[in-house]
Design a protein around this ligand. Structure first.
Ligand SMILES: [Zn+2]
Length: 566
């Protein structure tokens, strides 16, 4: 009996399917989702403004007026009434550290501490609730917010953390502070030499203060127990939920580990990826991807690999960005080339290998000479292998030499920049490098004027993941200290439209996906975000307060503020 019943149901199902197929043959299929009565900024120059959009499966099938799109409506179409709110393509963050970002959501918070005492007190509180054997990590402390703004030392926290190893990072990720227990576990003593590309900060007697710069942090990284697979899955799930709540529908994960990629792959198979991921492991692993022969942007709509992340130098705040001329008030210090650049020919060899394998290269470069040196190397690769659509990237591209804007454009290098850093570093950049160099710092307008393509991102966990802060920063250039309400180097401000384009199409182009996403265009993936306010018409200083109402990825509603889903 049960078998007979089953067969019958199958037969009825099959007849219905035939019937549906017959109807389909005569008219177009109905949309799964229609968003109607929106104010749509499409980022598609062929049709910049629209009112409604229809989605079938994971793709956009119709964009136009309410009436145009209503033709896609069927009995089972889900309709979202946008009530006149602004709908944009989903944000694509071109530079994140997604797992560190996810960890930060649970880690100790030190960034808003306003004094060394507050910094120490929070670490002491955390030590009380940290299980035995676990480290206190993260923090993103920023001593420039303290009075006086002195670099912290291990003495501040040792008495509060006798049994808990501590290694808390500076917000720029180029320096950390270890307590004495952590130094001991890492075997760092007065006799430990500085590694190439790194500094163990020492006191007058030559003893480590606990502060470690750049490659010197590797000593500590080696003794911190690695995350388990389950911990990593949890962290990525939290990061995905956070991204969805902010309208971030694609992320480009710089310095992804293979363990991270394994987690993404598992979540992809479970259908749980709610943001699209392009993962770039370190270029020191170039052999692995070169061997696979996969080339750039290999994979599917939710997960791609085929890019490599390299490091040319350090950061401005840590005094390790590599400049032609010294920092102000830092003696002869003009920064450091990274250990990957010791010697520079080592990086050139890796670039040649990566490029020959068709892999994309994304290089962190911040100081003017660091950037210039990477442009030289990119030019060497183009000369050796000929012109092709390789989309070299420079990540951050912060402090440009005047001569290099033109070269940036000629070599078709993408400037992958983080506007939030501009309003953050803008607080102290001039005191570190002076007015002239600061005038070519985060020079977004000058890049566009030279025809350089911009991709926007955040560098999360270094800065918040919220795209509204990035748009606010690019449009206002109002530094976080409130001292430049009309903009720090205001001639470098971008319009809202330019900023949105850099955060959508610009980032899509930077990962070879401009035909698949980056605009609300029929045929593209249905990744969209509905905002609480119209960022084109509100006062620019209000952009940072705008929130996300709904986030759609591949036609799926992955965040809905009205449902309270987080
Ligand atoms: Zn980064």
């Amino acid at each position: 009996m049960p078998n007979k019943l089953c067969a019958c149901v199958v037969r009825i199902g099959f007849s219905l399917w035939l019937l549906a197929a017959g109807v389909l043959a005569q008219s177009k299929p109905a949309a799964d989702l229609i968003i109607t009565d929106a104010k749509i900024w499409t980022v598609d120059k062929a049709l910049p403004n629209a009112q409604a959009v229809a989605v079938l499966g994971d793709r956009i099938v119709g964009v136009g007026s309410n009436a145009d799109v209503d033709a896609w409506r069927g009995p089972n179409t889900r309709v979202i009434d946008a009530k006149g709110k602004l709908l944009l393509p989903g944000f694509n963050d071109a530079h994140v550290h997604f797992v560190s970002g996810g960890m930060q959501l649970t880690n100790i918070q030190l960034n808003d501490a306003t004094s060394a005492e507050e910094f120490a007190r929070r670490i002491g509180e955390r030590a009380k609730i940290t299980p035995k054997g676990e480290w206190i990590q993260g923090g993103n402390w920023d001593e420039t917010k303290w009075t006086p703004p002195n670099m912290p030392t291990r003495e501040l926290i040792d008495a509060l953390t006798p049994y808990t190893p501590v290694f808390v990072s500076r917000y720029d990720g180029h320096m950390g502070l270890a307590n004495s227990l952590a130094l001991k576990l890492a075997g760092i003593t007065a006799r430990t030499p500085d590694p190439p590309g790194g500094t163990i900060v020492r006191d007058a007697q030559g003893n480590p203060t606990g502060a470690l710069k750049d490659a010197a942090t590797d000593y500590i990284d080696k003794v911190i127990p690695p995350l388990s697979h389950d911990q990593r899955v949890n962290i990525v799930q939290r990061a995905l939920a956070h991204a969805a709540s902010l309208g971030v529908t694609s992320v480009q994960h710089m310095v992804a580990s293979y363990e991270d990629i394994a987690v993404y792959s598992e979540l992809l198979q479970r259908g749980e990826l709610t943001a699209r991921i392009y993962a770039a492991p370190l270029i020191t692993h170039v052999d692995d991807q070169a061997k696979l022969g996969i080339g750039h942007a290999f994979g599917g709509p939710y997960l791609r690999i085929g890019a490599l992340k390299a490091f040319a130098d350090g950061s401005l705040g840590s005094g390790t960005a590599y400049f032609y001329e010294p920092f102000l008030n830092q003696g002869n210090n003009r920064g450091l080339l990274s250990d990957e650049m010791q010697p520079i020919s080592l990086m050139r060899d890796r670039y040649m290998q990566a490029d020959a394998a068709g892999l994309q290269i994304c290089t962190h470069a911040i100081g003017d000479e660091g950037i210039s040196t990477i442009l030289d190397l990119y030019a060497d690769v183009i000369k050796a292998h000929g012109e092709s659509d390789r989309r070299f990237r420079i990540e951050h591209a912060q402090h440009m030499a005047a001569k290099d804007f033109e070269r940036f454009a000629q070599l078709h290098v993408i400037a992958s920049v983080q506007p939030y850093h501009a309003i953050d570093d803008g607080r102290f950049a001039e005191s570190h490098i002076g007015h002239d160099r600061a005038s070519r710092t985060y020079a977004f307008r000058t890049f566009l004027d030279h025809g350089v393509r911009l991709a926007f991102g955040t560098d999360w966990e270094v800065a918040p993941l919220n795209p509204m802060l990035g748009l606010y920063a690019a449009v206002t250039r109002a530094t976080l200290d409130g001292k430049n309400p009309n903009g720090w180097f205001p001639e470098q401000k971008l319009t809202v439209a330019e900023s949105v384009e850099a955060y959508t199409m610009g980032s899509a182009y930077a990962e070879f996906q401009e035909k698949e996403k980056g605009s609300i265009t029929a045929g593209k993936l249905a990744d969209m975000v509905l905002l609480s306010d119209d960022i084109f018409s509100i006062a620019p200083e209000k952009i940072r307060d705008v929130t996300v109402l709904k986030t759609v990825v591949g036609g799926r509603l992955v965040f809905d503020a009205s449902a309270g889903s987080k």
